[in-house]
Design a protein around this ligand. Structure first.
Ligand SMILES: [Zn+2]
Length: 87
């Protein structure tokens, strides 16, 4: 009876390890669309930063600055949006 419990325990550990490996991701490259010329740009995001990230990023085509806002929700979904800097 005890050995069966141990096997189940080991199985649980494996599942937990797989899940935490998935969450080990600490950075990502996300795409945003330039508000001025509509071209898609990509930006490297540090996912270890808690909450909202708000910064200015220049478009690679028209070089105009866009305001980039990155938010992470409670399910660790990362959302990125671009805005005109004066909005
Ligand atoms: Zn642009």
């Amino acid at each position: 009876m005890q050995s069966i419990d141990f096997k189940q325990f080991k199985c649980l550990i494996t599942v937990v390890n797989l899940l935490s490996e998935d969450k080990m991701q600490t950075d990502d490259t996300l795409n945003w669309v330039c508000q001025y010329c509509g071209v898609e740009n990509s930006v490297w995001i540090d996912l270890t930063v808690d909450g909202k990230q708000d910064f200015i990023e220049d478009c690679r085509i028209c070089c105009r600055p866009n305001r980039i806002i990155v938010t992470t929700d409670y399910d660790e979904n990362v959302m990125i949006e671009s805005r005109f800097i004066d909005e």
